[in-house]
Ligand binder design. Structure first.
Ligand SMILES: NC(=O)C1=CN([C@@H]2O[C@H](COP(=O)(O)OP(=O)(O)OC[C@H]3O[C@@H](n4cnc5c(N)ncnc54)[C@H](OP(=O)(O)O)[C@@H]3O)[C@@H](O)[C@H]2O)C=CC1
Ligand SMILES: Cc1cn([C@H]2C[C@H](O)[C@@H](COP(=O)(O)OP(=O)(O)O[C@H]3O[C@@H](C)C(=O)[C@@H](O)[C@H]3O)O2)c(=O)[nH]c1=O
Length: 282
């Protein structure tokens, strides 16, 4: 049995981990942003002093991609400095850090799936602060897992699936970007993989994980409405017709070969996992 600390426990990934913790052999401590503010090194130290943790899963993040363009300091402080603070505590207290990163560290100019060693070049403040976090962790720690994932959704928190269903209540028509290509990922699938990595305690390093398959946001929206039998007209539009403060990569499909091989995974296709999430929502 391992002792596991989870930060940012009220976010969507944190809540998925809470569900899985109920049937896990491990002992979990879930702390929300008030109980453990990752920007506060003193608070982190006092939490790590209360008991010895084998693992810390960092689910704390600033994830408002567009807002981050104007709240640079806050995004930097939570995403980059917060991860650095946790990495330092993990080093002092001999804890393995499991940190979640993003496909938005890439600029999207590649045409085949991104592997872990591909060059990064974030287009947004959010992506830049998440990349800084990766760099701090790699500098400070030897025993860490960084998992880059993409387009997370779940029955919990704020995400694209819930936003589409909410918008469809008052609209007959939606325009959705069809030239940003990635892979939607069910946060519950990511949570399961994280827990599968825990007993292994080997193969530390940087990994990519998403569901299988490829989609545009338009494809994603269409399937959300099909599965929920929502009648709405969905129009494909280029990103240039949907201006946003943050630029997003045109292509950010992640290659999962490394995580599949090292942890012997079978990854579900995104449409299959979306069905499970929709079932949990209704
Ligand atoms: N959502 C997505 O599409 C993707 C997310 N990721 C990454 O996955 C991880 C999990 O994301 P997700 O669950 O969706 O994120 P959420 O936005 O759902 O949750 C983030 C959590 O972090 C908490 N938090 C914010 N500031 C602090 C702080 N200073 N100290 C402690 N906790 C804080 C928030 O708490 P509060 O609500 O109280 O502010 C919130 O509960 C993140 O690292 C994210 O970057 C990667 C790819 C895609
Ligand atoms: C609401 C809406 C969005 N869009 C577009 C805008 C954008 O290009 C795309 C997705 O928009 P969102 O703002 O919902 O998603 P976004 O916040 O960009 O999602 C990202 O979040 C961060 C945290 C990550 O790490 C990424 O992997 C990714 O999941 O959909 C439309 O085209 N029409 C719409 O009506």
């Amino acid at each position: 049995m391992k002792h596991i600390l989870v930060t940012g426990a009220n976010g969507q990934l944190g809540q998925c981990l809470k569900v899985l913790a109920q049937s896990s052999e491990h002992s979990f401590t879930f702390l929300n942003s008030k109980e453990l503010d990752v920007t506060n090194p003193n608070q982190i130290t006092s939490v790590f002093k209360t008991q010895s943790y084998d693992f810390c899963i960092n689910c704390a993040a600033y994830t408002a991609v567009d807002k981050a363009e104007s709240e640079v300091n806050q995004a930097q402080s939570i995403n980059a400095q917060g991860a650095k603070n946790l990495a330092e505590a993990c080093k002092t207290f001999n804890t393995v850090l499991i940190h979640i990163s993003t496909d938005f560290v890439f600029d999207g100019t590649k045409h085949i799936s991104y592997i872990e060693t591909d060059a990064t070049n974030p287009l947004s403040v959010y992506g830049q602060t998440k990349l800084e976090a990766e760099q701090y962790i790699q500098e400070i720690l030897e025993r860490y897992y960084i998992i880059r994932t993409s387009w997370l959704y779940s029955e919990f928190g704020k995400n694209f699936v819930k936003r589409m269903l909410h918008l469809a209540r008052n609209r007959d028509e939606l325009n959705i970007v069809d030239n940003q290509i990635g892979t939607p990922t069910y946060a519950m699938d990511l949570a399961k993989v994280i827990l599968k990595m825990i007993p292994t305690e080997v193969y530390y390093g940087l990994y990519h994980f998403s569901n299988q398959g490829v989609a545009s946001w338009y494809d994603f929206a269409k399937v959300i409405f099909e599965l929920t039998q929502t009648t709405i007209k969905v129009n494909p539009i280029p990103a240039s017709s949907y201006p946003t403060p943050a630029e997003r990569p045109h292509f950010s499909v992640l290659n999962k070969a490394k995580i599949v091989q090292n942890f012997n995974l079978e990854i579900p296709y995104w449409q299959e996992s979306l069905k499970k999430c929709i079932k949990a929502l209704f």
